[in-house]
Design a protein around this ligand. Structure first.
Ligand SMILES: Cc1cc2nc3c(=O)[nH]c(=O)nc-3n(C[C@H](O)[C@H](O)[C@H](O)COP(=O)(O)O)c2cc1C
Length: 335
């Protein structure tokens, strides 16, 4: 297995020095969260949340691709839409903003999106899916990739032909979440099937689904022989997880998971950044992240319950700082 992933675009070649990639996660992988993940994962490709092609031209989405070139390390922009012209235009804007590559979403199961023909609905329309890849690949110089699932309703739909067609149309890398659209998040990600797909494609294949820790990652690589791995839900509340898995894949020793105090200080740092960027709305977003992080230590449940009632950022910080003090006192007593 090569130690890097090489992606040749339409004039620009991209080299990924890490095989561990952060999933696009709507409502999660914004610029502020990516900055946290980056602390532990300097080389990893991190994705934006999925962005609708139209919104990239008129406001809301524009913010999501603002100054990607100023971020440390590679950032992929994921676009969802089924109109080749609109996606091509959006891809050009993302390229100009410093995107490392463009990914087309062909896996999202959300009805609002698939009803309009985007996301996983493209699996049912292989000609349009191929046309999208062709047109976007011509419009930009950077590599164009696709993230998809194993099928729409079932795995017998010949996803292999669908993917070979995308490869022929110019896709430079395929990420496969090992479930069908019908499965949503139920059942388990079918790493065996991802392995069979890996055997027939020439472009890099990234395995996705149910990789939550270094052990899962090593097992998944063994089964799929994939060129890389994508981490989704495993990052929620654990922004160090992509870096931790990257360490394991590179067989490096010495990764140290943050202590509880460090995790709580990270939560405060995250909250401060969110408030600075988004005002009071930042507190709403922070609550979600805080409840994911504040788990599995003594006093975590009490802290979470109290945090729900906190009405502003100062109260949240006070509660967290008190928890740190209590934890420190208890550790001293134990010594
Ligand atoms: C909160 C959340 C948001 C997601 N947003 C996106 C998205 O914007 N684009 C996408 O392709 N997949 C999205 N996904 C799917 C993930 O990228 C990933 O494919 C899926 O969670 C399986 O990987 P995992 O088992 O590591 O979580 C999302 C999943 C979750 C849980």
């Amino acid at each position: 297995m090569s130690s890097v992933i090489k992606l040749r675009g339409n004039g620009v070649t991209r080299i990924l020095k890490s095989k561990v990639i952060l999933s696009p996660l709507a409502g999660v992988t914004d610029k502020i969260f990516r900055k946290l993940v980056r602390k532990w994962a300097p080389d990893s490709l991190l994705f934006t949340e999925m962005i609708n092609a139209t919104s990239l031209k008129n406001g809301y989405g524009t913010k999501k691709i603002n100054q990607l070139e100023s971020e440390q390390g590679p950032i992929g922009v994921q676009i969802f839409d089924n109109r080749p012209f609109a996606v091509s235009e959006a891809a050009k804007l993302a390229e100009d903003s410093g995107a490392f590559l463009i990914d087309i979403n062909m896996g999202c199961p959300v009805k609002k999106i698939s009803k309009k023909g985007g996301g996983s609905a493209l699996i049912k329309d292989p000609l349009l899916a191929a046309e999208l890849v062709k047109r976007v690949s011509k419009a930009v110089k950077i590599p164009v990739t696709v993230k998809t699932r194993l099928g729409w309703d079932n795995k017998e739909e010949n996803i292999e032909d669908f993917l070979l067609n995308l490869q022929d149309s110019g896709a430079r890398m395929i990420t496969i979440h090992g479930r069908t659209r019908k499965q949503g998040f139920s059942g388990v990600s079918d790493w065996d099937m991802i392995g069979r797909i890996k055997e027939i494609l020439e472009i890099p294949v990234i395995a996705n689904g149910d990789i939550k820790n270094p052990n899962d990652a090593l097992n998944c690589i063994k089964i799929t022989k994939a060129d890389g791995l994508m981490i989704g839900r495993g990052i929620l509340g654990s922004p160090w997880k992509v870096g931790e898995i990257d360490y394991a894949i590179k067989k490096l020793n010495g990764f140290r998971e943050p202590s509880i105090e460090e995790k709580l200080l990270l939560v405060i740092e995250h909250l401060d950044e969110l408030i600075k960027e988004k005002g009071n709305h930042g507190l709403l977003i922070a609550r979600k992240h805080i409840s994911w992080t504040c788990k599995n230590f003594k006093g975590a449940t009490k802290l979470r319950n109290n945090l729900v009632r906190a009405i502003n950022a100062d109260e949240v910080k006070e509660l967290i700082n008190k928890t740190i003090e209590t934890l420190n006192k208890e550790t001293k007593l134990l010594r």
